[in-house]
Ligand binder design. Structure first.
Ligand code: PEP
Ligand code: MN
Length: 377
């Protein structure tokens, strides 16, 4: 539901907030025009909407209407009761580190770099990558644009493959954050473990295999942590948006969409692990308010084609990327999951430098070339 209310009507806004809180909804400001502010009631708003008459009676409320969009909470454009399209501002999702620095995905923010091992495997390895990421970020003056990644609960195709260290891996990621101050994201698979992992991690990840695990999506939506939602490897864009809506319906809009490639007939040839869908980045940024990032590692499956994919996603306006990196070539043989696609930190640093060079030298030309369709922020 969207409510148009006169600016400065504090008491009315407080009453609206109280009513929303009663039904587990949250109130988000959508900006507004002139003397009116627009409020968006986030979550499953059926109970709230049943009180529309009361809301409309509050002093200063001009209009209140239900949103008609397939995915109400995350849609970029909603219509008012007269059928006029109302664009909503793109959302920024913030992740704060122990260093006190807030990293922000989306809106008009520049590309954010999530990097780290596929999995935390040893303390030394996890600390070494975190240190290398920090050193890179300081050298390139982008400490506010880096987040650490690392798996602890690993979804594996074969039941006999290594499946991560569980909470021991989380402890290693905690140690890396403690030392570097950089926040980390890690995958959750079991809905019964979400709260335990969320008590440690700065951001949760839902992997491609769980992208339509609706119970898990709902539990994560209540965990009060930002989340990266990978696209299911066989999902249409709309199914992906609906998956995000499952999270948003629990009252959380701190969702970052992540394209990570699909299984297609063409990937059977073996030249890449998954087929990257770069156009869906533009599409998702137009259709939803959410930040959209790209995973160049799982589309590649081969470290020699990760950097190209990363750059391509930046050209498509990705709000960030999540890349699997390696601290030392000698460790590749020790790595128990996704060793072949891990990009050595020295090379990753060159890829990041290429992104920074792109932003200053090429992006203005590309924005002009792609025209209004490309203007999505
Ligand atoms: C991962 O990030 O290591 C991972 C398992 O990703 P995906 O769910 O995209 O396969
Ligand atoms: Mn992986």
């Amino acid at each position: 539901m969207i409510i148009e209310v006169e600016q400065g009507r504090r008491a009315t806004v407080d009453q609206i907030r109280d009513l929303a809180a009663r039904f587990g909804n949250r109130v988000e400001s959508m900006g507004g025009q002139g003397v009116y502010a627009l409020l968006h009631i986030v979550g499953d708003t059926r109970e709230f909407s049943a009180r529309a008459g009361y809301v409309k009676s509050l002093p200063g409320v001009r209009r209140a209407w239900r949103v008609s969009a397939d995915y109400k909470n995350i849609a970029r454009t909603v219509t008012d009761d007269a059928g006029n399209a109302i664009p909503r501002p793109r959302r920024e999702v913030a992740v704060k580190g122990l260093d006190g620095i807030e990293r922000r995905f989306g809106g008009a923010r520049p590309h954010l770099f999530v990097a780290g091992p596929d999995s935390a495997q040893t303390l030394e390895q996890t600390l070494a990558i975190a240190r290398a990421i920090k050193a890179m970020a300081e050298k390139l003056d982008i400490l506010d644009r880096v987040i650490l990644r690392g798996g602890a609960f690993k979804p594996r195709s074969s039941p006999t493959s290594w499946r991560g260290l569980g909470m021991k891996g989380i402890a290693m990621l905690d140690a890396a954050r403690e030392e570097t101050g950089i926040p980390y994201v890690t995958e959750v698979m079991d809905l019964n473990l979400v709260d335990e992992v969320a008590a440690h991690a700065d951001m949760l990840q839902i992997g491609t295999r769980n992208a339509q695990n609706f119970d898990l999506l709902e539990v994560v939506g209540r965990a009060q942590k930002p989340v990266i939602l990978k696209r299911g490897f066989g999902n249409e864009a709309k199914e992906w948006f609906f998956a995000a809506e499952y999270i948003a319906n629990q009252g959380s809009l701190d969702i970052v969409l992540c394209e990570r490639g699909m299984k297609t007939l063409f990937t059977k040839g073996g030249y890449c692990r998954n087929q990257p869908d770069l156009n869906v980045i533009d599409h998702a940024r137009r259709q939803t308010i959410l930040p959209v990032i790209f995973d160049p590692s799982h589309v590649a499956g081969d470290h020699t084609i990760v950097a190209q994919n990363l750059l391509a996603s930046v050209a498509h306006g990705a709000d960030g990327s999540i890349t699997e990196t390696l601290h030392d070539e000698a460790f590749r043989v020790e790595q128990l999951c996704d060793a072949e696609q891990a990009l050595l930190m020295d090379r990753y640093t060159r890829a990041v430098e290429a992104v920074l060079a792109f932003e200053s030298a090429v992006k203005p030309h590309l924005d002009a070339a792609s025209g209004p369709r490309g203007k999505v922020s």
